[in-house]
Design a protein around this ligand. Structure first.
Ligand code: CU
Length: 148
């Protein structure tokens, strides 16, 4: 039976290799019932960048997004609006069962003091902390428009 098993093992190794990059590039996540979908950022060569994603709090209690950090920027704030009209927030409350879009037209993450150019296809880590819920690390995809 060895002759049959060997191809099977070879196939499994191939499959594992094919799926490994997907796992490494996971950019949606869940922590304690807080679900985060496709997280992305438009390309920029400036010092600031927006990060967008949908979040749904599937818990029975409200949670608050209290902080966001990334090694590519000095600081991350929550922002609504653009330019001089923009308002900045320290935290974002997420009511139970209510989907929230961190989007251009709504409150979104605003990275300040970026240390590199963000080009389409780049990826960078970003950690969100919820109370209650804890911290979750995401991989943000840099793309011109959300991929899916
Ligand atoms: Cu996605």
């Amino acid at each position: 039976m060895t002759s049959l098993r060997r191809p099977l093992i070879a196939l499994l190794v191939l499959l594992a290799g094919a799926f490994a990059p997907l796992a490494a590039f996971a950019h949606s996540a869940e922590v304690e019932g807080i679900k985060i979908g496709h997280a992305w950022a438009p390309p920029t060569s400036g010092e600031n960048a927006a990060v967008y994603m949908p979040i749904v709090n599937d818990r029975s209690d409200a949670v608050t997004l209290v902080s966001a950090t990334t090694p590519v920027a000095e600081s991350v704030v929550l922002r609504k609006g653009t330019g001089d009209d923009a308002q900045v927030y320290d935290a974002l409350k997420l009511s139970p069962g209510q989907p929230v879009s961190l989007a251009e037209w709504a409150v979104h993450l605003w990275l300040q003091g970026i240390d590199r150019e963000l080009q389409a296809g780049d990826r960078f880590p970003l950690t969100l902390t919820f109370e209650p819920g804890g911290a979750v690390e995401l991989e943000i995809i840099v793309e011109d428009s959300p991929g899916h």
